[in-house]
Design a binder for this molecule. Structure first.
Ligand SMILES: *[C@@H]1O[C@H](CO)[C@@H](O)[C@H](O)[C@H]1NC(C)=O
Ligand SMILES: *[C@@H]1O[C@H](CO)[C@@H](O)[C@H](O)[C@H]1NC(C)=O
Ligand SMILES: *[C@@H]1O[C@H](CO)[C@@H](O)[C@H](O)[C@H]1NC(C)=O
Ligand SMILES: *[C@@H]1O[C@H](CO)[C@@H](O)[C@H](O)[C@H]1NC(C)=O
Ligand SMILES: *[C@@H]1O[C@H](CO)[C@@H](O)[C@H](O)[C@H]1NC(C)=O
Length: 775
């Protein structure tokens, strides 16, 4: 590989050219809230980040902060036992004196490994003083033996630093930092003597460990090869000649039988090789996504075992997470046949280039195979110095391990993916599909299916934690069909075969969930587990999603909603599928979305409703699955204007008119009276323009000596009354006219009312389905 000189050259490395049509980020078909979940939470306890399944005991072991719990696999809310392991006062003080805070000076349980005798090895950070102990679970109690052992090299000092371990036979392999500062990171086998990595940048350069796994490659191996331990991690890349530090994902491996070298690489791995691991994103010019978690889907034939990995972005400029699968065979091929990278120093600068010269024999980093044994080399202690020096200086192989499918299985925008487990599921027809459960940093778990035919679809996303906290760990018990998700605040149990979620036949078939089929006798979506193939009346159509056999459902009963003219109306619609397109219909005609009709995600919003908006509304969804189009009614409403407002407006209008008439009549009576009085005293001007008050009541007696007002005032008063009368009559008439006009035309009233006015829960169990069949 030639040195790269620009970031662009570098980014091109991580692109794959995939037809544009396939460049899409997957969205889950269905999003659900996980209600009535079985949850484990213990008062005062948190950081449930370590989990070990013991199907033999029916127990799930949880490592938390200062505690270990044993939970019933069938129901984790029932705690079988718990044991506390807190730091001592002395350790607490010592930790504090080193400048660490109360949060860090606790005992975070990071390792829970099953030993061959059934006991558990438990290791915790123990206030920056890594310590291990042995634990037994018997007679319903958890007991720590109190044999405090050195935990350095098994778990980190810093509770926030990532580490991992695996038991291989009786030996513990771990990858963690071994010093207080967390700067010295090591892959180590705790055997006697212990074998570990060289402390060199070319071996591990600021690594973040993800996982260790063993593959039994000695089984049925004609080459007489050894079992191998694979380590997945990310680190700062050295091979790119770039100014910025860029992290890359890696896979490294060592041989189980490695004993280290005789002179060179004493008590160090002689078989440590590493290669880049990429999950190339189509046409996304950003830095490579970084591996977060891995799951080994084991096969009877280890060559067919597959590592499923989740990658999430290393910078904030990208929000694209991916899932890729890598076969053990492909990884093995890179290590056994790939070319090495070698450092060359030019003008005091070190660059990594492809090694083109001769390679020592046996091949550097090789395990003990028949071919090696034929050279008279029985174990790694016999390896020649040339081979050992080569691997010590250049353990990196050129290029990257290609993903099994050439590119990502899934592309996901938004919440970062954090953890993954994979189940192998036999469908109703006997075919095997792979179901991935992927945890996100927002507390959701996605269920994605990689069908035997090759396509991958996220069929469901479940919000398992109410808070947006990252899922730290996922474990799958295929035996009980349960998934366990751990976060900072709790552990949740999720059944993998929750077929009851699919409420209708259409939902059941279109979900294409390999665990589920439509049972025509029970008229329910049921699990296909343990069914003899083709038995009963189970119907599943994973390949074609053909729901034409589903019974035609009874039409949905519309919900009648009263509404006030002038108010805004909100009609909810929750389609059964996130992939469906939603359209609204009014009186059987498609509704034009403009002006007063707006879509609020899938819901319909009618602004300032008119009386003429009364009628039937339906929310229709259209979904294409495997080339077939399905429409169904997701919600139906009948809107009826309420009478109360109309009655109120009418009353006010009529009252106004009445008031006007009464006032006018009173004024008229007075004018008549005054006309009678006036001629009797013509020209009399005593009291300077003062005149008698006619009184308010028509026909009342006139008393010149009492209440008197000026003529001008009197005239003003009358004018005012006439005006009031006329005004209220005009107002009343106007209101009447308005009301009648609104009944006929499309007048807009500006009377905003709360949107919630007409919000009502909708039962979208989608029992109204119209199946359109093939298009
Ligand atoms: C946990 O603590 C809260 C308050 O501190 C208390 O109300 C609740 O009953 C406790 N729950 C258990 C299971 O002890
Ligand atoms: C450690 O010491 C601090 C005070 O320095 C105290 O608040 C805390 O509870 C102690 N923790 C333990 C586990 O003893
Ligand atoms: C469990 O109980 C059995 C019999 O009741 C006893 O023999 C055994 O020693 C107990 N084990 C532990 C670890 O206490
Ligand atoms: C432990 O959990 C708390 C609360 O969930 C969180 O703030 C803290 O970062 C966690 N500590 C570690 C080491 O993960
Ligand atoms: C929806 O309707 C079904 C059957 O009609 C009923 O069993 C279910 O409880 C209803 N759900 C809600 C949320 O009303």
């Amino acid at each position: 590989m030639a040195p790269l000189t620009s970031l662009r050259d570098f980014l091109v490395l991580f692109l794959v050219l995939i037809p544009l049509g396939e460049v899409f980020a997957s969205i889950p078909r269905k999003t659900v809230q996980y209600d009535n979940a079985k949850i484990f939470r213990e008062n005062g306890s948190s950081n449930y980040s370590t989990m070990t399944l013991r199907e033999d005991l029916g127990v799930l072991f949880i490592g938390a902060r200062d505690a270990v719990y044993a939970l019933d696999l069938e129901d984790i809310s029932s705690k079988k036992a718990g044991v506390y392991w807190q730091v001592s006062e002395e350790q607490n003080t010592s930790c504090k004196s080193k400048g660490k805070d109360s949060m860090e000076c606790q005992n975070y349980i990071k390792t829970l490994q099953t030993l061959h005798d059934g006991r558990m090895l438990v290791c915790g950070t123990n206030a920056y003083n890594p310590t291990c102990d042995y634990m037994t679970y018997a007679n319903g109690t958890l007991t720590l033996e109190g044999k405090k052992e050195e935990g350095r090299g098994k778990v980190p000092f810093d509770p926030f630093q990532r580490s991992t371990s695996v038991m291989v036979g009786t030996e513990l392999y771990s990858a963690t930092s071994v010093n207080f500062l967390g700067t010295e990171q090591v892959l180590q086998r705790h055997s006697s003597p212990a074998i570990r990595t060289e402390h060199r940048q070319s071996w591990l350069n600021k690594p973040s460990f993800v996982q260790l796994d063993v593959v039994p490659e000695s089984v049925n191996n004609l080459d007489g090869d050894d079992d191998k331990v694979y380590m997945f991690f990310s680190e700062e890349a050295m091979e790119f000649d770039l100014p910025d530090q860029i992290r890359v994902s890696r896979v490294a491996r060592v041989c189980k039988g490695d004993l280290g070298g005789q002179r060179t690489l004493q008590q160090k791995w002689t078989s440590y090789l590493k290669a880049r691991l990429d999950c190339p994103v189509p046409l996304e010019p950003s830095l490579p996504a970084i591996i977060q978690d891995i799951f080994l889907l084991k096969d009877q034939d280890w060559r067919k075992s597959v590592f499923y990995a989740v990658f999430s972005p290393q910078t904030t400029t990208s929000d694209l997470s991916t899932v890729c699968a890598f076969s053990v065979a492909d990884i093995g091929k890179v290590f056994s046949e790939g070319r090495y990278m070698t450092p060359v120093t030019m003008e005091s600068e070190t660059r990594w280039v492809t090694h083109t010269g001769e390679e020592p024999v046996p091949r550097p980093g090789t395990c003990m195979t028949n071919a090696v044994r034929d050279l008279g080399i029985e174990h790694s202690l016999d390896l020649p110095d040339k081979t050992l020096q080569f691997v010590r200086d250049q353990p990196l192989l050129e290029g990257a391990v290609p993903p099994l499918t050439g590119g990502p299985l899934l592309l996901q925008r938004g919440a970062k993916l954090s953890v993954i487990v994979v189940d192998r599921v036999m469908a109703e027809d006997g075919e095997i599909h792979h179901v991935m459960f992927i945890g996100t940093e927002e507390g959701t778990v996605q269920k994605a299916v990689q069908y035997a035919a090759g396509d991958t679809v996220i069929i469901q996303e479940t919000q398992v934690f109410q808070t947006l906290e990252p899922i730290k760990v996922l474990r799958l018990s295929s035996g009980t069909g349960q998934l366990y998700a751990g976060s900072g605040s709790g552990v949740v149990q999720i059944p993998v075969r929750d077929c009851g979620r699919y409420g209708s036949c259409l939902d059941c078939i279109l979900a294409r969930d390999p665990y589920c089929a439509w049972d025509t006798t029970l008229a329910a979506c049921s699990s296909v587990l343990n069914l003899p193939t083709g038995s009963r009346n189970m119907y599943q159509s994973l390949k074609h999603a053909d729901a034409s056999m589903c019974p035609r459902p009874v039409p949905m009963k519309p919900l009648t909603l009263p509404f006030n003219v002038g108010s805004s109306i909100h009609l909810p619609c929750q389609p059964a599928s996130n992939l469906a397109q939603v359209s609204w219909h009014f009186a059987k005609q498609p509704l034009q979305l403009r002006d007063r009709y707006q879509m609020l995600s899938q819901d319909l919003l009618i602004v300032s409703a008119l009386a003429s908006d009364a009628g039937r509304y339906t929310c229709q969804s259209l979904e294409e699955v495997k080339g077939r189009l399905y429409t169904r009614t997701e919600a139906a409403y009948i809107l009826q204007p309420t009478k109360t407002l109309l009655v109120l407006q009418l009353s006010v209008a009529l009252l106004s008119v009445l008031l006007g008439v009464v006032v006018l009549w009173s004024v008229r009576g007075h004018v008549r009276l005054r006309a009678r009085i006036h001629p009797a005293e013509p020209g009399q001007n005593n009291n300077n323009n003062w005149r008698t008050d006619p009184g308010c009541v028509p026909g009342s007696e006139v008393n010149n000596n009492h209440t008197i007002i000026t003529i001008e005032d009197m005239e003003d008063n009358q004018t005012a009354r006439v005006s009031v009368a006329l005004l209220s009559m005009i107002l009343g008439s106007l209101m009447l006219w308005n009301i009648s006009r609104d009944q006929l035309s499309h007048r807009v009233f500006r009377m905003e009312e709360g949107l919630q006015d007409h919000m009502s829960p909708v039962n979208s169990s989608s029992d109204t389905v119209i199946h359109m069949g093939d298009i």
